[in-house]
Design a protein around this ligand. Structure first.
Ligand SMILES: NC(=O)c1ccc[n+]([C@@H]2O[C@H](COP(=O)([O-])OP(=O)(O)OC[C@H]3O[C@@H](n4cnc5c(N)ncnc54)[C@H](O)[C@@H]3O)[C@@H](O)[C@H]2O)c1
Length: 259
């Protein structure tokens, strides 16, 4: 197989959720730079539209569709917008999410339900509505943002961990169901500097960096590169997998200085 490193996603149509910010925004930009027509989905219309505009300014094709990924009707409309506007669908990057905190006693039932909807059920709904369109377009790839929370315990993260743990199982079963024409893989980011600017203090950033073997906190682009790999034919023999992208946070035990 020959790859043009300049255009790994030429002639592909990609939906990216959570594309108004952080990992989703970096991925939408990178996918577009690699030739994809990108459909940006997010609740945040202002930043989503602005990102789509920035991408169009580079000469690439992009639209923004305001979407609540926790709602089936919105997901259906999103897939319809992609196929109507760009004539097909090859890639779904299910990335939108948020990180509520709380143990099982603290977590209210409505917060549990919302977290499971947005962080887990959304990926099922994207596949439910999007896979027929992907198959009609000749197949492609689904990429899911899970988390290192899928594989390691973390205090006061009940609903989020349950959702993110479920995503890796959902990834495997969808990979089984939709092979060979659609590959399905998950990315498990570690600590990534996203969200609102200033939401982490410099001290927190430095402390987090010291927990990672690579001695830095992740940037959205670090995850976007992994998403590009899993969305493109570069990963043509990989499906059902979970790729940890965390600078060594979970694989290497950091010992205290001098030990
Ligand atoms: N930042 C990290 O350290 C980290 C680590 C592991 C996993 N993740 C995961 O990465 C993904 C992206 O998060 P990020 O770090 O880029 O955060 P972010 O806050 O920068 O971006 C998340 C985006 O998702 C959108 N969103 C939230 N709820 C939505 C909904 N119901 N419908 C549509 N859009 C919605 C937000 O508006 C936002 O634009 C999430 O799934 C998150 O759980 C992040």
């Amino acid at each position: 197989m020959n790859f043009s490193m300049e255009a790994l996603l030429a002639n592909r149509v990609a939906i990216i959720t959570g594309a108004a910010s952080g990992i989703g925004r970096a991925s939408a930009r990178l996918f577009a730079r690699h030739g994809a027509s990108v459909v940006l989905a997010d609740l945040n219309a202002e930043d989503g539209e602005a990102t789509a505009n920035d991408i169009r300014d580079t000469g690439a094709s992009a639209i923004f569709v305001r979407t609540d990924v926790g709602k089936m009707a919105d997901i259906r409309a999103l897939v319809e917008a992609a196929t109507t506007h760009f004539g097909g669908l090859h890639i779904i990057y299910s990335n939108a999410g948020f990180t509520p905190q709380g143990n099982a006693v603290e977590t209210r039932e409505e917060d549990w339900d919302r977290t499971l909807n947005v962080c887990l059920k959304a990926t099922y709904m994207l596949a439910h509505c999007g896979v027929p369109a992907m198959l009609a377009s000749g197949g492609g790839a689904i990429v899911v943002t899970a988390s290192v929370h899928s594989i390691r315990g973390y205090a006061r993260s009940t609903a989020y961990q349950a959702a993110k743990g479920g995503l890796t199982a959902l990834t495997r079963t969808m990979a089984a169901d939709f092979a060979p024409r659609i590959r399905v893989n998950a990315i498990l980011p570690g600590a990534v500097q996203t969200g609102r600017p200033g939401s982490l203090t410099q001290e927190q950033i430095d402390q987090t960096a010291q927990m990672c073997a690579l001695r830095r906190i992740g940037q959205p682009e670090d995850i976007a590169q992994a998403a590009l790999f899993l969305a493109s034919d570069m990963s043509s023999y990989i499906t059902g997998e979970s790729l940890v992208v965390d600078g060594g946070l979970t694989s290497i035990i950091q010992l205290p200085p001098g030990v």
